[in-house]
Design a protein around this ligand. Structure first.
Ligand code: PLP
Length: 477
């Protein structure tokens, strides 16, 4: 049994060396098919990270003082209001935004933040949004509802083709009002040259939104002052990808955009005064945060940002690069394993710690199921809410894509193409990488014990005769 050091309760003392023992649930044992248990290995951090202990502690501490914000006169309301406002200030600082020019608008996640910007950006008929084929659906579908969307293609390895970006910017000169690009891909981990793209966007008269949902947990984000040609006009991020899974996300963007027009959602909290036939909106960010806000989530997100700052984004990036290089090196030696995107361990620093792969001749659903049932390892498999990018990476042509669509309409997902994705958080360690690689070696050798049955409707495989009673681990009530 490992002895853990006393948990660090204050964000300021957190370091890359103490972060692991400060992850809630790090020692949780999970059942395996052979009847044993082992500590869970979470390699699905690109989807959601576990909570940091100082975040959970801060939430618990705050609950004593939790109360309504803005509208209450009581002492607890004063404390809650101050904490909520401090959370906005911390979020702005975390991404290098100037409160004089930018505002932090809290919502429930990046998806909501992107939809809000799509609703609030002053598009005119004919305006173009230049996005890319490597986006999460959340940074693609909202734009399709409000503008003409053009997609910059990735190159064969999945990296952004900047020459294609330049051509599209030129082809739609004068019409491109917004460039919407991811900071880092949730599929391949590629990091985009966001400030260079920003310079080009601004020179073309456009603004830029960077989806930093995957970048912010791994690299420092700096929006820079508005008079810097490489500045970022808007960013969105999700707290559940940053060790604060309490239902908050943020849109941080230019105040001038949100001061024009009407809020997209209206109701309580967004007005100074309402009469039967007139409304006077209040100031930012309140006018864009209709209804009672998630104050607890905001406190948690801000505390997570303080934790990441304490760890140091440089130390964190270096630690994750070591893990990524180790995994790439191990996977490179396993026959039939094909890694997508960057494969060279020496280039691990060029991306965030996301490693997508397939085992040739084996369903991605099956690989993920064995890793879970026999290795206690959680990964994600499938298309990661980035279908166009996956089709590109896998070389699926339009005809094949149409036949998959038809199968889905017929209720069958069993044959859908996809990848397995291992993604790191700053608390993962080399022993976990080694265990993962060992499990994968066994899977490729056919050295696994279960007999796995596929559910055609979902595509998922389940090991025959293995059905742990989940309610013995957690149940409500
Ligand atoms: C790059 C990227 N953008 C946006 C999102 C959407 O985030 P959320 O589900 O928190 O809205 C994700 C989620 O995986 C993502 O990876």
């Amino acid at each position: 049994m490992t002895t853990l050091a006393a948990p660090v309760r204050n964000a300021r003392y957190l370091t890359i060396d103490t972060v692991r023992e400060n992850i809630v649930g790090i020692d949780a044992q999970v059942p395996l098919l052979d009847g044993t248990t082992r500590p869970y290995v979470n390699f699905d951090n690109a989807a959601s990270t576990p909570a940091l202990r100082p975040v959970l502690d801060k939430v618990n501490e705050f609950m004593t003082w939790y109360s309504s914000v803005h509208r209450g006169s009581g002492f607890k309301s004063q404390i809650a209001t101050e904490a909520y406002e401090a959370a906005h200030a911390i979020a702005l600082r975390f991404v290098g935004a100037d409160p004089a020019t930018h505002t932090a608008i809290f919502g429930k996640n990046s998806t909501e933040a992107l939809n809000k910007l799509a609703n609030r950006f002053p598009f005119q008929p004919g305006d173009v949004v230049l996005t890319t084929l490597m986006e999460h659906h959340s940074n693609d579908l909202p734009w399709r509802k409000v503008a003409h969307v053009e997609h910059v293609l990735p190159d064969a390895s999945g990296a952004l083709d900047e020459a294609h970006f330049d051509r599209l910017l030129e082809r739609y000169a004068g019409r491109v009002k917004l460039v919407a690009v991811t900071g880092a891909s949730n599929v391949t981990g590629y990091i985009n040259p966001i400030h260079r793209i920003a310079e080009k966007a601004h020179a073309a008269g456009a603004q830029i939104l960077v989806d930093v949902a995957q970048l912010a947990p791994h690299r420092a984000v700096d929006m820079r002052p508005l008079d810097d040609p490489g500045h970022l006009d808007y960013v969105v991020l999700s707290a559940h990808k940053m060790y604060a899974p309490f239902g908050t996300g943020a849109l941080i963007g230019r105040r001038d955009t949100f001061l024009q027009g009407d809020p997209d959602m209206v109701g309580g909290g967004v007005v100074e005064i309402v009469t039967v036939d007139s409304v006077s909106w209040t100031g930012l960010p309140d006018r864009e945060e209709a209804g009672s806000p998630n104050v607890v989530g905001a406190v948690a997100m801000a505390q997570a940002m303080l934790c990441l700052e304490a760890i140091g984004m440089g130390a964190l990036a270096e630690h994750e690069a070591v893990l990524t290089a180790r995994l790439l090196e191990r996977l490179g030696r396993i026959p039939r394993v094909r890694v997508f995107g960057i494969t060279d361990p020496a280039r691990a620093r060029e991306k965030v710690g996301v490693v997508p792969f397939i085992v040739e001749g084996m369903s991605h659903y099956l690989v993920a199921a064995i890793l879970s049932a026999e290795g206690g390892i959680g990964v994600r498999n499938g298309c990661f809410c980035a279908h166009p990018y996956l089709l590109h990476l896998l070389g699926v042509d339009e005809q094949q894509a149409a036949s998959y669509q038809q199968e889905i309409r017929n209720g069958v997902k069993a044959h859908l193409p996809g990848l397995v994705r291992a993604s790191f958080g700053c608390y993962n360690n080399e022993a976990e990488v080694d265990w993962f690689a060992e499990m994968l070696e066994r899977i490729v050798r056919g050295d696994y014990r279960g007999r796995y049955i596929q559910d055609p409707a979902s595509g998922a495989y389940w090991p025959e005769g293995f059905a742990p009673r989940l309610e013995t681990y957690f149940h409500l009530g």
